[in-house]
Design a protein around this ligand. Structure first.
Ligand SMILES: *[C@@H]1O[C@H](CO)[C@@H](O)[C@H](O)[C@H]1NC(C)=O
Ligand SMILES: *[C@@H]1O[C@H](CO)[C@@H](O)[C@H](O)[C@H]1NC(C)=O
Ligand SMILES: *[C@@H]1O[C@H](CO)[C@@H](O)[C@H](O)[C@H]1NC(C)=O
Ligand SMILES: *[C@@H]1O[C@H](CO)[C@@H](O)[C@H](O)[C@H]1NC(C)=O
Ligand SMILES: *[C@@H]1O[C@H](CO)[C@@H](O)[C@H](O)[C@H]1NC(C)=O
Ligand SMILES: *[C@@H]1O[C@H](CO)[C@@H](O)[C@H](O)[C@H]1NC(C)=O
Ligand SMILES: *[C@@H]1O[C@H](CO)[C@@H](O)[C@H](O)[C@H]1NC(C)=O
Ligand SMILES: *[C@@H]1O[C@H](CO)[C@@H](O)[C@H](O)[C@H]1NC(C)=O
Ligand SMILES: *[C@@H]1O[C@H](CO)[C@@H](O)[C@H](O)[C@H]1NC(C)=O
Ligand SMILES: *[C@@H]1O[C@H](CO)[C@@H](O)[C@H](O)[C@H]1NC(C)=O
Ligand SMILES: *[C@@H]1O[C@H](CO)[C@@H](O)[C@H](O)[C@H]1NC(C)=O
Length: 403
């Protein structure tokens, strides 16, 4: 009986201690000190247009600093600048920045400390009529497309900052579709590794920040309406843009999704990734989704763009012949419900420096695996021990009558 008990305790210990050993998780303990400031150094007479903000997130490491800058003057953009000192600062020449007359309106100083700069810009929201229900915008006739909503023309009405999260909402106020609806962006900065509870619960670390896009209550222009989002990426010259699709695990954070897409930027002739935008190919059709509200998405290959995106932040920061790539992320697959079913869509992307985070099995899954694999093992061991004891006792009892 004591053997059975110790076996049971053994497998219990396995279940309890295995996950915390850090063998399955990356166990990244690197932390940054994060602070947020809005419109740093802006004083009258300089003023930004109504609803427009420049948000600066400083994420301080031991030897380095990450600056995340977000601005919605023009197309909304998130710029990431990595410096190799803790002393680097963001300097905004406000009259120049607001006038958008030239580059150099925003600089990270000292400029020699800048290791890497990259930006993600949301330029357009495309809408098309998918009467054949193929959810394949690339093979849909051009006449099915409506004129895109240009995000540079949006009027932004809501701005809400709490802790390390900023939410802004707006819309094309000249379009009837936006009378009852908004386009919202939520930017989150992180001090350490973790996940947000809301799906897709992307794994983030201290070197990343997250952008969630949502289309809330916007009226579709046609019944068979589907949307896609045009994104652009701007980086220093000499960088390549490429989207890799990797297998991922299906866990409780992103049920039924087995892939992760990574738009990486890496120097020409090098395989070392400098930065990335990472997303799970899934969007949600409700703000508090269940599994059925997930809708897959797909992306086109990045193509070089001839000009910089119409964003004040990008025009002010990049000066030395930066490179711009663009792609579309489209929502829905053939046969899926159209946008009008819920009038809601949300999609999330993570942006950061270094290697993109890799999902590992969670404690929850490991426990299930341990119980699933452990229980038969325990049963086999118990069975063997039982047979052995029975054999021993029957042998010994077999000798007894002779004695
Ligand atoms: C910071 O720099 C020092 C010396 O340059 C180095 O030994 C240390 O590992 C660095 N720390 C981090 C966290 O990179
Ligand atoms: C804004 O830019 C224009 C040229 O694009 C220039 O004529 C004007 O003086 C600038 N205004 C300010 C306040 O810098
Ligand atoms: C930061 O990087 C620059 C070049 O990229 C280099 O010259 C400088 O020495 C580095 N500073 C530190 C503190 O590592
Ligand atoms: C729908 O499918 C038909 C037949 O395949 C094709 O002729 C038509 O152009 C498609 N309609 C659109 C809007 O793509
Ligand atoms: C701002 O966000 C916080 C937390 O997300 C929320 O509690 C609050 O109601 C929001 N404020 C406005 C004005 O929307
Ligand atoms: C906006 O909502 C009002 C009231 O619910 C409705 O009458 C109107 O048709 C809606 N507008 C659009 C463009 O959907
Ligand atoms: C984040 O960046 C710091 C400094 O460059 C590095 O030491 C650390 O390993 C990075 N963490 C991850 C998870 O990439
Ligand atoms: C759109 O759908 C509504 C509700 O099903 C229907 O009444 C209307 O006729 C449809 N319009 C078109 C153009 O198909
Ligand atoms: C959405 O559009 C489809 C296609 O016209 C229609 O069948 C359906 O009834 C519409 N759904 C709603 C909720 O209006
Ligand atoms: C990349 O490698 C090719 C061939 O090895 C070489 O011709 C080219 O100059 C290299 N480009 C850069 C930017 O180093
Ligand atoms: C996005 O899709 C639209 C419509 O198909 C197309 O006109 C546009 O060129 C695409 N943008 C990119 C960057 O591929």
């Amino acid at each position: 009986m004591s053997k059975l008990k110790s076996c049971f305790i053994c497998s219990l210990l396995f279940v309890v201690f295995c996950p915390s050993s850090g063998f399955f998780g990356s166990g990244d303990s690197f932390r940054r000190k994060v602070s947020v400031e809005v419109n740093p150094g802006l004083t009258p007479p300089s003023t930004l247009p109504p609803g427009v903000h420049l948000v600066h997130v400083r994420a301080l490491g031991q030897n380095d600093t990450l600056h995340f800058l977000f601005c919605n003057q023009g197309a909304p953009s998130l710029l990431l600048v990595h410096t190799n000192t803790t002393e680097s600062t963001v300097h905004v020449n406000w009259p120049e920045f607001i006038n958008r007359s030239s580059s150099g309106g925003l600089q990270v100083e000292p400029q020699s400390s800048v290791q890497y700069s990259s930006a993600l810009i949301i330029t357009r929201l495309w809408e098309y009529s998918d009467v054949n229900n193929t959810a394949d915008p690339q093979h849909t006739s051009e006449s099915s497309f409506y004129p895109p909503y240009e995000l540079q023309d949006f009027i932004w009405s809501e701005f809400n900052q709490s802790d390390h999260r900023i939410r802004i909402c707006g819309g094309d106020r000249t379009a009837a579709s936006f009378t009852n609806g908004t386009f919202c962006l939520q930017i989150s900065a992180f001090e350490s590794e973790g996940r947000e509870s809301a799906w897709p619960g992307l794994l983030h670390n201290s070197n990343s920040s997250q952008l969630r896009v949502s289309l809330e209550g916007v009226t579709a222009r046609v019944n068979y309406s589907r949307f896609s989002l045009e994104l652009q990426s701007v980086g220093d010259s000499g960088f390549l843009g490429r989207v890799d699709v990797h297998r991922s695990i299906d866990d409780e954070y992103t049920p039924s999704i087995f892939k992760v897409s990574q738009w990486v930027s890496l120097p020409v002739n090098s395989s070392r990734v400098w930065g990335y935008a990472q997303w799970k190919p899934v969007a949600y059709r409700k703000s508090s989704p269940v599994t059925e509200d997930a809708t897959p998405c797909s992306h086109t290959e990045p193509i070089p763009m001839a000009r910089l995106p119409p964003s004040a932040l990008i025009q002010a920061y990049f000066s030395h012949g930066p490179q711009t790539y663009g792609l579309n992320v489209s929502f829905g697959i053939a046969g899926d419900a159209f946008y009008n079913a819920t009038n809601y869509l949300s999609w999330t992307v993570l942006m950061g420096v270094g290697d993109p985070p890799v999902d590992s099995f969670s404690v929850f899954i490991i426990c299930i695996m341990a119980v699933g694999l452990g229980t038969p093992l325990v049963l086999i061991i118990v069975g063997v021990v039982f047979l052995w004891i029975r054999k021993r006792t029957s042998q010994s009892s077999g000798y007894e009558p002779i004695n």
